[in-house]
Design a protein. Sequence first.
Length: 292
Amino acid sequence: FCGDNNTTNHLPSWRITGDINLFLDSIGKYLCSDPVQNTGLIVLSRNIQRNPSVYHNFYCGWSILPPAAFIQVPYQQLFLSNMPPSSSVALARTLYSQRYHLPGVTGPKNTTQVFTDEWKKLTASSSIMSENILHQLNLLTPQTPTPQGLARIAKVGDRSMLIDWMGEFCRQVDAPDSKCEEFVDDHLEYGGHMIWEVDGIPVSMAGITRESEGMVRIQAVYTPRQFRGKGYAGAVTSAMVQMALGKGAKYVVLYTESHNSTSNSLYQRLGFIPLQNRATFWFSSPSQSQID
């Protein structure tokens, strides 16, 4: 179904569906034309295709003129592509008119700001904002000297530790931790977790997405507090990037929190360059309930 043109005053129309294959057939070519900028939507849509039972009751949508897209997974933020202000306003009005509940929104900063401003007008809700940065690898520059230890791909025997570390990582970045087991199990399936070990003791980890359109994204880089300050996060990230490049990845990207100067400095030293400012808004006092 589409947005009501009478209420959007000739703003772009949005098509909304719960069919991820229809979504990708309709807007996938546009998303894949820029796999770096659209990394979040591409990875999320492929995950939904692969594990529909994990992402039940999601919905997604697109606009053709101009092209834009979103995906909403229950209890998570609305995930937006880049889009002009008119599309952001039209989407907010369309979702409001069809009584969707949104816990928040995330995406390119300018896009999410326009959407949030309109959503707050419609719902009288308030918001809390956090900012992050999308980085893209330019040329890998491994840190020197390399810290003691070696990298290895995580195994099933590491599962319990990885789940614990993922929970700690999620709490550290204020992200929901309810899907840690699914995240770990999925990554173990395709060798998507790497561990840095010192004398047989795991001291740091990094994750990576499956390759899609030549793009991979580094995820969940985490070092337990007692092992920090020794270069392990940079070492395991470098090893993961080298593995991805060796397998033919064309684009390697990652997100950082804008305020985390330690992470931003580290990744820039490794050869990543800031590409896009992004923002997440969490809404409070929602006035509507989601219609499945």
